[in-house]
Design a protein around this ligand. Structure first.
Ligand SMILES: O=C(O)[C@@H](O)C(=O)COP(=O)(O)O
Ligand SMILES: [Zn+2]
Length: 214
């Protein structure tokens, strides 16, 4: 697949996925943003300031691969991050950013390993997410994060923004949403298990399940 060929279907998919994530409490208020890569190489993104629970097909924004606004309302302030993932990962056709509660909580913990913010507690997490680099705190929309985000996205499809939340790319929007939900559930497990002796998968067990490049 070289991108979503039918723009109407792509718009409907963004709206359906955004509503599903919002109504199930995976992001709140006007937090979070979603995008798809269209077959012509342009990006379709949720607009800035919108609620994922209420955004409509007509309200989506379009930019080029460098985040330059093409049409529709002003795109999410994280357009530069979405675009960085698409440039770094030619096989990625969707990007999801959420403020899911447990992943956001983990992103605020002191002493996280910047190379991997969450242990591989379960096989499903190892399959869907793998390793999770922590990108250092920047204010939302701060394009100073762009070069590091693009470099990191070349080798990882999921990152955690410090004191913020996850950003996950996938070959399809369904895959990106599935992975970010798994990340959220594993963050919840991680917090539930704090103070308990825990045995994550071994590095060998996790490596055997690592996601294929997307
Ligand atoms: O945390 C933020 O402010 C943004 O990362 C966000 O989640 C929502 O911003 P917009 O997509 O620009 O509404
Ligand atoms: Zn955010």
């Amino acid at each position: 697949m070289s991108g979503y060929a039918d723009e109407r279907t792509a718009r409907a998919l963004i709206v359906r996925t955004a509503r599903s994530l919002f109504t199930r409490g995976l992001t709140h208020g006007s937090t979070g943003n979603l995008s798809l890569r269209l077959a012509d190489g342009s990006l379709l993104l949720t607009p800035t300031g919108s609620s994922l629970g209420g955004v409509t097909e007509e309200e989506l924004s379009r930019t080029d691969l460098n985040g330059r606004h093409l049409d529709g309302p002003a795109p999410t302030k994280e357009t530069f991050l979405h675009a960085a993932f698409y440039r770094a990962r030619p096989d990625a056709h969707a990007v999801v950013h959420l403020h899911s509660t447990h992943a956001a909580a983990v992103s605020c913990l002191d002493g996280l390993d910047p190379a991997n913010a969450l242990p591989p507690l379960t096989a499903y997490y190892a399959m869907r997410v793998g390793t999770l680099p922590l990108l250092p705190y920047h204010a939302p929309g701060d394009v100073a994060l762009e070069p590091l985000a693009e470099r990191t996205a070349r080798t990882h499809h999921a990152v955690l923004l410090a004191n913020h939340g996850p950003v996950v790319a996938g070959a399809t929007l369904e895959k990106a949403a599935d992975a970010v939900e798994e990340l959220e559930e594993t963050a919840k497990l991680h917090l539930l298990l704090r103070g308990h002796a825990t045995r994550p998968l071994t590095p060998e067990q996790a490596a055997a399940l690592a996601p294929a490049p997307s």
